[in-house]
Ligand binder design. Structure first.
Ligand code: BDP
Length: 702
């Protein structure tokens, strides 16, 4: 009831036909449990079957003709089963699996098989998901393999257990009680991740503390790694570039200094002695005040390759972030990462990946895709999404993020001709790289329901599913999640699915319609602050991004302005430069336009903007109605919790609309069009609102 079980509810199957079909399927199970991962597969079956079917499955010690479900590695299957499956296994990879009904000694049997233990665990989770979502399973034929190698959660967790941009309580990692005390939450976290195929976790914040690399903390990391390993999850840490100074008493962290290089080599040896399958380092360097190679006159390649050299003997990797924008550079911030990193293409070692945020600014409700995707051809790029809702209403607003992720993944970069989508860059198919990855900044904390908003669980779930298969549609994911979490009733699922899908456009509309961006209040990013103009750096100020004046609004990124459009392939550059061709969702991202500019529907920009804000508010009202109609399928508690959250979302959507329109109106000097509600307060009132204790703020931010 409290949401702790996530999508692994395993509610009783009420439909008698389905229940009897499933009972037949688990009447006689063979499952080898010769490793920790396989034991966890068995545990999961043992947990789920009694709940789904109110009876235990029965198990045999060896494979028998009477078995109805055989779960075993491909190479250990009896030869007549192997023969029937051989072909299928040509297309699965090391983490893939197959669930297939075939025959064994003239009896029908369902086989879950894989090349490696982890595939078996994934296969078991998938079978349970199919039951939980009431799929017909009398004959199954399902082969699935992940398309991306690193499916990774980035935790922005600090050692004091605060979480940067975290809105779901404190950090799950109880550093003080580790390694002695193993919280059941670590296990349930790993189960949830394994159930959707997440196989990597970065435990610590990118704004890193060097202490995590000290032996005392490494003992604790080792304890977590031991649990996560048995669910196929590798542990990574963020590495503070200046750690050799802070921990090693060296005078420098210069990547070309032999003592520094040795320090990292020894550190790697020390870590791998404890954690032989340690994943590697995630590094934020020379970005927002973090130390990096540039402090010593070196560049990102020098820094990344130095660490990669230390990790390479153990098969470890470096994930180097491209989230850079300099305070000394007055180039459009949206252009800086591309300008800085493109010249490094081909210069990184083979065990380096560059991690690029989905858009060129910073996890906005909507951004065009980052121009490095497709452009950086010889360097594997990890795409970084933000699952935690820093700029999308924290964990108060219901926003289904897979819709946003899908938009980015489906975007065509045109960098190798038509059809060069971001997905193909990420899964390696466009340029043939084998090291591939997708990272999501986690939205998970100590809240009972893990993610603060119950529907934010869908964003964790959806991220995992898309990391597994970037070609899945947001609709499919919404449906899977709704069924696994709430109910498989069509009359419930259909309207709720629609609500989830629209929720992303709603937040864009009531916060930053038509390509507006970064107009959030300072530091915490809670609520609107389009008027803010007094921060230390121009590119931290909302006025820098919207450029509203008496003439109009928007950021000119065409050749008459910053010319950021030149960083995209010709095909897109032409479209983005042309107000008649550009999709209106990106209009003010790329163009500064007069208030009376005519939108495609013939109305003036000012009116259109105001109507978009209103549309966002209306969409939240519709979400509330949908939720009310779903009441028969919900417990009182479930209904109430989300109803309260939606009411706050509505209030905040109205706040956004009113505050932004009143402010922009001081420039447009035009009345609100018909259909837009009158603001509840004055602009002075909205500007006076202050939130010194808004959650998730980073400690080092003033
Ligand atoms: C921004 C966040 C900041 C992060 C930074 C990053 O406001 O807290 O440290 O991104 O990704 O979105 O490094």
């Amino acid at each position: 009831l409290d949401g702790y079980k996530l999508w692994l509810n395993y509610d009783k199957i009420e439909d008698p036909q389905l229940a009897s079909d499933y009972s037949n399927l688990v009447r006689s199970i063979y499952l080898s449990n010769s490793s920790d991962i396989l034991k966890n597969a068995q545990n999961e079956l043992g947990r789920a079957i009694p709940r789904l079917l109110e009876k235990n499955g029965s198990y045999t010690a060896t494979i028998q003709p009477e078995n109805t479900l055989i779960i075993e590695l491909f190479e250990k299957l009896p030869s007549d089963l192997r023969l029937q499956l051989e072909n299928d296994f040509r297309t699965t990879n090391d983490e893939g699996f197959l669930i297939k009904t075939i025959s064994y000694k003239s009896n029908p049997v369902t086989v879950i098989s894989a090349k490696k233990d982890i595939g078996i665990l994934y296969g078991v989770f998938r079978l349970l998901h199919l039951m939980q979502t009431h799929q017909k399973l009398t004959t199954i034929d399902l082969i699935d393999s992940p398309k991306v190698k690193l499916r990774m959660l980035d935790h922005w967790d600090n050692l004091d257990r605060t979480v940067e941009r975290g809105y779901a309580g404190f950090s799950l990692w109880n550093w003080q009680k580790l390694p002695g005390y193993i919280d059941q939450r670590y296990i349930d976290y790993a189960r949830a991740n394994a159930s959707i195929g997440i196989n990597a976790t970065v435990l610590t914040n990118v704004n890193a503390n060097a202490l995590i690399l000290n032996p005392m903390y490494l003992d604790k990391v080792e304890a977590l790694a031991t649990i996560f390993r048995s669910y196929g999850i590798q542990v990574y840490l963020t590495a503070r570039f200046s750690a050799p100074i802070e921990l090693g008493n060296l005078k420098t962290a210069d990547p070309l200094d032999p003592d520094v290089q040795n320090w990292w080599k020894n550190k790697a040896a020390e870590i791998y002695k404890r954690i032989p399958d340690f994943g590697g380092f995630l590094v934020k360097a020379n970005s927002e005040g973090q130390p990096g190679p540039q402090n010593y006159g070196r560049n990102h390649v020098d820094g990344a390759n130095m660490m990669a050299t230390a990790l390479e003997p153990y098969g470890g990797i470096v994930i180097w972030r491209a989230f850079v924008y300099s305070e000394h550079d007055d180039t459009d911030r949206a252009k800086q990462a591309y300008d800085e990193f493109l010249p490094y293409d081909g210069k990184f070692m083979d065990n380096v990946l560059v991690q690029v945020k989905n858009g060129p600014i910073d996890f906005q409700p909507r951004e065009p895709f980052h121009p490095l995707f497709g452009a950086m051809k010889q360097t594997p790029l990890v795409i970084e999404f933000q699952i935690t809702q820093e700029y999308l209403g924290f964990s108060t607003h219901l926003v289904f993020l897979p819709k946003l992720f899908e938009e980015v993944l489906d975007a065509d970069t045109f960098q190798k001709g038509k059809g060069s989508t971001v997905s193909k860059v990420i899964d390696g198919s466009l340029y043939g790289n084998t090291l591939t990855g997708m990272a999501g900044v986690a939205n998970i904390g100590t809240d009972l329901n893990w993610t603060g908003h119950p529907f934010a669980q869908a964003n964790w779930y959806g991220f995992g599913r898309l990391a597994w298969n970037p070609y899945l549609s947001a609709e499919t994911i919404a449906e899977e999640w709704l069924k696994a979490t709430y109910s498989s009733e069509k009359a419930f699922v259909e309207p709720l699915k629609k609500m989830m899908i629209t929720s992303r456009e709603a937040v864009v509309n009531y916060m930053t319609p038509l390509g507006l961006h970064h107009i959030f209040d300072t530091g915490h990013h809670y609520g609107p602050g389009p008027w803010v103009d007094d921060l230390g750096r121009p590119d931290w100020n909302p006025v820098y991004y919207h450029n509203a004046d008496y003439n109009g609004i928007g950021f000119d990124r065409t050749p008459t302005g910053s010319n950021a459009t030149e960083q995209y392939a010709k095909e897109l550059e032409t479209i983005y430069n042309d107000t008649r061709k550009i999709p209106e969702k990106y209009l003010l991202w790329f163009h500064h336009l007069p208030w009376d500019y005519k939108l495609k529907n013939g109305i003036d920009l000012w009116d259109g903007l105001a109507l978009k804000y209103q549309e966002g508010v209306n969409q939240v009202k519709d979400m509330i109605t949908t939720w009310k109609n779903a009441k028969p399928y919900l417990t009182e508690g479930q209904f109430k919790e989300i109803n309260m959250l939606l009411q706050i979302q509505l209030k905040e959507a109205e706040w956004w609309r009113d505050a932004c329109l009143l402010y922009f109106q001081t420039f447009s000097q035009r009345p609100l069009p018909k259909g837009v509600d009158k603001p509840a307060h004055t602009l002075a009132y909205y500007r006076s609102l202050k939130f010194p204790f808004a959650p998730g703020i980073r400690p080092q931010w003033d």
